[in-house]
Design a protein around this ligand. Structure first.
Ligand code: HEC
Ligand code: HEC
Ligand code: HEC
Length: 473
């Protein structure tokens, strides 16, 4: 009796086969609708993660993408990027959407600790929430990798994360990206790509006394570890105002503009991991925006790219040797035995163009010899950028004195003769390429700087308080 009643009930609610197939179709359709935007969001997130170089900076071992461990050198020591794969215990698997947005825009970790600005959240602060969430969707679609956070190499007091509150008070500005309505769409897109996603200022803008980006001198030239990230304002001499649109485009897209500049060191990485993957429209937009960045003068008296054979090559070993002491002669010998095979005795580059000319090249033409020294020490990893070759590192073969002599030879003959370097300078720069020694050398300076930073941060805070007290009715 009971049984038949249940059967009756079932018969009443069981839909006819046609209804079933219709509802399955509807279900599938709505599933497709759900996954389609998700696939689109993931694709968008991948592109944004390229433009913001989350990929490059959070990967140290290419077979473990996003697992972190990439060294970011700072004036205070080394900070390592952390795991942003969806791993639950060591990655971002447990970050909620809000927590993730807070980490990227405000530099706050899931457990509430402050992140070091080696993660460029001062630039990312103006990223739209929608874009941050698209990046999150992309990251969550990656395979999780177990990789605990590496220990940073920071001396006291810089290993105290609470001190970053002061840094943030002075340097972190919240509030989204506010487009200037009088500008074209391309300019606005360029501004967002350069200022926010590309965080170009993290390297190219000089730091102020509290080690934040000096906004009054945006893009006037800064540091990336030991490397000099040149002035890229529209100034015709110190910046890139003398470059054509096409040259700027080509540099950003490929890192190589014969007769002008080649991207080495951190800029080669930026091109390799980020810029070469962006659409031509986006690169054009960035170039258009850079064209318009207010000019800032600098140390250079003539454009970096404008130097030809400064001293004339014929005398490289002879009369200049006499004029500049034995260093120049030794420099000529080193250059001819190690470098001229690729770069040519006259610095004009290899016949097939694979090794660049050192004349009319912004690195030897800069007022500071740092990038020439770093190129000799570390070589160039042009990586998988189309048509480019890499250059071996000579740091292991040459001592500090030899590197200095060689670098001085290169700048004196092919670039800016005012750029001089000593063996002692090279010792410091070389130390900057290896973690432990950098910190030993820098710790002393850093400790001294620290007192000043804390004081300045407190003063800034005080000034802000006073100002806001003033504004209130
Ligand atoms: C210039 C290098 C750099 C870039 C570019 C960068 N990060 Fe980071 N990121 C770091 C470093 C370094 C840390 C660790 C900082 C610390 O421990 O205080 C970090 C930490 C994080 C954390 C905190 C994870 C945790 O729990 O430790 C998240 C989330 C994060 N980054 C996401 C991103 C995203 C998303 C992007 C791209 C939009 C990005 N990062 C781009 C260097 C970078
Ligand atoms: C991680 C640090 C870093 C970041 C981020 C970075 N750059 Fe650079 N950039 C450098 C360094 C270092 C050089 C000098 C490279 C050399 O000497 O070969 C450079 C060189 C350049 C040059 C050539 C200047 C010259 O006179 O030779 C341009 C243009 C440039 N960068 C634009 C950009 C733009 C646009 C962005 C943002 C998308 C950017 N850079 C992001 C470090 C960086
Ligand atoms: C096997 C060939 C080869 C040798 C030998 C070689 N280089 Fe290079 N060099 C290259 C290539 C390739 C590049 C990078 C091209 C690029 O970035 O696309 C380069 C780049 C450079 C740059 C330009 C970096 C920039 O940012 O514009 C300098 C400076 C330089 N080399 C100096 C030297 C010196 C000094 C020596 C001798 C110690 C030397 N090179 C030996 C092939 C070589």
């Amino acid at each position: 009796m009971r049984r038949s009643r249940r059967a009756l009930w079932l018969a009443a609610v069981a839909p006819a086969p046609a209804v079933i197939s219709r509802s399955i179709a509807a279900l599938l359709a709505s599933l497709a609708l759900c996954t389609q935007p998700r696939a689109d969001e993931i694709r968008k997130g991948e592109y944004l993660a390229r433009a913001a170089d989350c990929i490059g900076c959070h990967t140290s071992n290419p077979s473990r993408p996003f697992a972190g461990g990439y060294r970011v050198p700072t004036p205070f020591g080394d900070v390592y990027s952390t795991n942003i794969t969806p791993d639950l215990d060591t990655g971002i698997g447990r970050y909620s959407a809000d927590e993730f947005v807070r980490a990227v825009q405000k530099g706050v970790r899931r457990d509430g600790a402050n992140l070091y600005p080696a993660m460029p959240y001062d630039s990312f602060a103006a990223m739209s929430r929608e874009d941050v969430l698209a990046i999150r969707a992309y990251l969550l679609a990656q395979p999780p990798i177990f990789q605990p956070r590496p220990a940073n190499i920071l001396p006291f007091p810089f290993n105290q994360r609470w001190t970053l509150v002061l840094w943030k008070l002075a340097n972190l500005h919240s509030g989204g990206f506010a487009p200037d309505r009088s500008r074209t769409a391309a300019w606005t897109r360029g501004a967002y790509l350069v200022e926010v996603l590309g965080h170009c200022g993290a390297c190219h803008t000089p730091r102020n006394a509290t080690f934040g980006m000096d906004e009054n001198r945006a893009f006037a030239g800064g540091n990336a570890g030991i490397w000099r990230a040149f002035n890229i304002t529209s100034d015709k001499i110190a910046g890139v105002g003398g470059w054509s649109d096409e040259e700027l485009f080509r540099f950003l897209k490929t890192g190589a503009v014969p007769g002008k500049a080649y991207a080495s060191g951190p800029m080669a990485e930026t091109v390799m991991n980020s810029l070469q993957h962006l659409s031509d429209d986006d690169i054009h937009a960035m170039a258009a925006y850079l064209r318009d960045v207010p000019a800032q003068s600098g140390d250079e008296k003539q454009p970096r790219f404008s130097w030809g054979n400064t001293l004339g090559v014929a005398d490289s070993a002879g009369s200049n040797g006499a004029a500049q002491g034995s260093g120049a002669a030794a420099g000529g010998d080193l250059y001819r035995s190690l470098c001229s095979g690729c770069h040519g005795t006259n610095g004009g580059g290899s016949a097939d163009g694979s090794a660049p000319s050192l004349t009319h090249n912004t690195s030897p033409g800069a007022a500071m010899p740092d990038n020439v020294v770093m190129t000799i020490l570390e070589g160039v990893k042009a990586g998988d950028v189309a048509g480019r070759k890499s250059m071996a590192a000579f740091g292991g073969w040459l001592d500090d004195g030899q590197v200095a002599i060689l670098a001085n030879y290169v700048t004196a003959h092919f670039g800016n003769p005012d750029a001089r370097v000593t063996a002692a300078d090279v010792r410091l720069m070389r130390a900057g390429t290896s973690t432990g020694r950098t910190v030993m050398i820098l710790a002393g300076q850093a400790l001294a700087a620290c007192g000043a930073v804390l004081l300045l941060a407190l003063l800034t805070l005080l000034a802000k308080r006073l100002r806001s007290a003033h504004v209130r009715p």
